[in-house]
Design a protein around this ligand. Structure first.
Ligand code: HEM
Length: 512
C-alpha cells in the first residue's frame, strides 16, 4: 500500500491484530467470553466472574457525550499540498510553496443527533485539521460562506431553536422560523440553507469555506485579511428536497458511506484551496463590514487567489478513536495566522476546547488523533486519564533555573515580560476600533519597586525579635536548596534589606 502523509497520524494508537485467546485489558488470559461463572450449572452468577463484571462495566461507559451541534458526522484523512507562493501574505509554514501537510477532515450536519440522517436539509460542517510543524491548525467551517448570526451571544439560542422542543423532544418549524425571523441577520444564510447548498448530494460534491475573516501575517509582521474557499474538483451536485428526504429514509448514513467507499476504492476526492485577500487598510471602508459573518466579500473586489489543493486518501482506522474523538477547534492557530474582530470567531475560539474537555476529558489533546506532530513542551500536567508525562528532570513551574523554557516573547533571563509587545500571535487589531492587543507588564508608578514595601515592613514594623524570627524561619525553609538557588535567595533578601541578607547568610551557614 502506498504510504501517505496521514499514516503518521492513523498509525498511532492501534493495537497489533489480535491472535489466540483473548485477554483482559490488563493482559491476563480470559477463561470464557461466552459463559458466565455460576454456582453450579443452574445456580446464580457469582461476583467472582471478574471478566463478566469488567466487560459489562466497560460496555456501560462506551459512549461519550455527542457534540452539542454538529453531532452527526464522518471524516477522512489526507494531505494538503501548497502549489503557489503566498509568502508575501503569510509566514505560516503549512502555506509555504511545496509543503505537504498531513490532515484530517470531518463533515457534519448542524442540528441532527449522532444517528440522524446526513441528508436532512441543513448547513453542512466542513472542518479541517492540519498537523503542521508549528502544531495543529484547524479551519472549522461550513459548506456556506456565511452564517446565521454575527454575535456569539446568540449561538446557544440559535442551536436550541434548530434542535428539539423541551416539552416533547420534537423538532419544530415554528421555533425555527420564529428565531430566524426575529434575527434578520440570518436571512443570507437561510437563503443558502433553503437553496441547493442545504442538500448536497454527497460530501465530495460540495465546496467548503472557512467562512470567517481571518488574519494572515507575513515574515515582516505585515497583516492582511483572508477568507478561505475550498472548491470541489468532483463538481457540484445536489439533491432536490424530495430526493434528500427519500434518501434520509432509505439510508441515514448516505454521505458517510459515499465518502468511505470512494476512498476505499482509490477514488480520492480533491478540493482546490483558494483565498480572498483584503489589504489590511481596506477593511475600514469596505462597503460591507468585512468582519460580519453574515456577509461575503465580492469576488469582483477580492478575486480568488490559488494556494494549492487537498486530497482525502485515507479512511479512519477507527471511527470512535479518530473521528468521534477528533477535537477540531477554531482556537488552534499557528504563527502567521490570526483571528479578527469577528465576534463569532472570537466566541468560537474559546468555546470548542471547553466542550471537548467536557465530552472527551481534560487530556483529550494527548489522544493520538489530537497530538500534534511536533514536540510538545508544556507545564500542563496530570488530570484524568493522563498518560503522557514530562521528563522527570523538567520543572513543573515557570520561571525556573532549568532549561525548560518559556513563552517566545518572555525575557530570557528572568522568564517574564519586561516590555510591551503587540500580540501578533492573536491578530493585529485595526485601530481606532479598539486598542491594540498587547502583552504588557503591569504599569509601574513613581515608587513602584518590588522591594520597597517589604523593606519598610522589615525595618519599620518589625522589632529586633521579629527580625530575628524572620531570618530564622527563612533559613529553616531554605533547607535543601541547590547552590545556585542559595545565591539567588541571598540576593533577593539583600534587595529587601542589606542587614536581612547578611543575617540570612550567617544563619544558613551556621545551620548547614
Ligand atoms: C459563537 C458561535 C459558535 C459556537 C459557540 C460554536 C460551538 C461549537 C461547539 C461547542 C462544537 C462542538 C465541538 C466539539 O465538541 O468537538 C461545534 C462544532 C462545530 N461547529 Fe460550531 N459554534 C459556533 C459557530 C460556528 C460557525 C460560525 C461555524 C462555521 C462557520 C461552525 C462550524 C462548526 C463545525 C463544522 C463543527 C463540527 C466540528 C467537527 O467536525 O468536529 N460553528 N461548534
Amino acid at each position: 500500500m502506498t504510504e501517505f502523509a496521514a499514516d503518521k497520524i492513523l498509525n498511532k494508537g492501534q493495537r497489533p491484530a489480535g491472535k489466540g485467546n483473548s485477554t483482559r485489558p490488563s493482559g491476563q488470559p480470559i477463561a470464557s467470553e461466552n459463559t458466565s461463572l455460576t454456582a453450579g450449572p443452574q445456580g446464580p452468577t457469582v461476583l467472582d466472574d471478574l471478566h463478566l463484571i469488567e466487560k459489562l462495566a466497560h460496555f456501560n461507559r462506551e459512549r461519550v457525550p455527542e457534540r452539542t451541534p454538529h453531532a452527526k458526522g464522518h471524516g477522512a484523512f489526507g494531505e494538503l499540498h501548497i502549489t503557489e507562493d503566498v509568502s508575501q501574505y503569510t509566514k505560516a509554514k503549512l502555506f509555504q510553496k511545496g509543503t505537504v501537510t498531513p490532515m484530517a477532515a470531518r463533515f457534519s450536519t448542524v442540528a441532527g443527533e449522532q444517528g440522524s440522517p446526513d441528508t436532512w436539509r441543513d448547513v453542512h460542517g466542513f472542518a479541517l485539521r492540519f498537523y503542521t510543524e508549528d502544531g495543529n491548525y484547524d479551519i472549522v467551517g461550513n459548506n456556506t460562506p456565511t452564517f446565521f448570526l454575527r454575535d456569539g451571544m446568540k449561538f446557544p439560542d440559535f442551536i436550541h431553536s434548530q434542535k428539539r422542543l423541551g416539552a416533547n423532544g420534537l423538532r419544530d418549524a415554528d421555533m425555527q422560523w420564529d428565531f430566524w425571523t426575529r434575527n434578520p441577520e440570518s436571512a443570507h444564510q437561510v437563503t443558502y440553507l433553503m437553496g441547493d447548498r442545504g442538500t448536497p448530494k454527497t460530501t465530495r460534491n460540495q465546496d467548503g469555506f472557512g467562512s470567517h475573516t481571518f488574519q494572515w501575517i507575513n515574515e515582516d509582521g505585515a497583516p492582511v485579511w483572508v477568507k478561505y474557499h475550498f472548491k470541489t474538483r468532483q463538481g457540484w451536485e445536489t439533491f432536490t428536497d424530495a430526493e434528500a428526504q427519500e434518501m434520509a429514509g432509505k439510508n441515514a448514513d448516505y454521505h458517510r458511506e459515499d465518502l468511505y467507499n470512494a476512498i476505499e476504492h482509490g477514488d480520492y476526492p480533491v478540493w482546490d484551496v483558494k483565498v480572498q485577500i483584503m489589504p489590511f487598510e481596506e477593511a475600514e471602508n469596505y462597503r460591507w463590514n468585512p468582519f460580519d459573518l453574515t456577509k461575503t466579500w465580492s469576488q469582483k473586489d477580492y478575486p480568488l487567489v490559488d494556494v494549492g489543493y487537498f486530497v482525502l486518501n485515507r479512511n479512519p482506522r477507527n471511527f470512535f478513536a479518530q473521528i468521534e474523538q477528533l477535537a477540531l477547534d477554531p482556537g488552534n492557530l499557528v504563527p502567521g495566522i490570526g483571528l479578527s474582530p469577528d465576534r463569532m470567531l472570537q466566541a468560537r475560539a474559546i468555546a470548542y476546547a471547553d466542550q471537548q474537555r467536557y465530552r472527551i476529558g481534560p487530556n483529550y489533546k494527548q489522544l493520538p488523533v489530537n497530538q500534534p506532530l511536533n514536540q510538545v513542551n508544556t507545564y500542563e500536567h496530570e488530570g484524568s486519564m493522563s498518560f503522557l508525562f514530562n521528563d522527570p528532570a523538567d520543572p513543573v513551574y515557570s520561571p525556573s533555573r532549568h532549561e525548560k523554557g518559556n513563552g517566545y516573547l518572555d525575557d530570557a533571563e528572568e522568564n517574564i515580560r519586561t516590555e510591551a509587545y503587540p500580540a501578533h500571535d492573536l491578530y493585529v487589531n485595526p485601530d481606532p476600533h479598539g486598542s491594540d492587543l498587547t502583552r504588557a507588564p503591569y504599569v509601574h508608578h513613581a515608587e513602584d519597586d518590588d522591594f520597597i514595601q517589604p523593606g519598610i515592613l522589615y525595618r519599620d514594623v518589625m522589632d529586633d525579635a521579629a527580625k530575628e524570627r524572620l531570618a530564622d524561619n527563612i533559613t529553616n525553609a531554605m533547607a535543601g536548596v541547590s547552590a545556585e538557588t542559595e545565591q539567588r535567595v541571598y540576593h533577593y533578601w539583600d534587595q529587601v534589606d542589606e542587614n536581612l541578607g547578611k543575617r540570612v547568610r550567617e544563619l544558613f551557614a551556621e545551620k548547614n
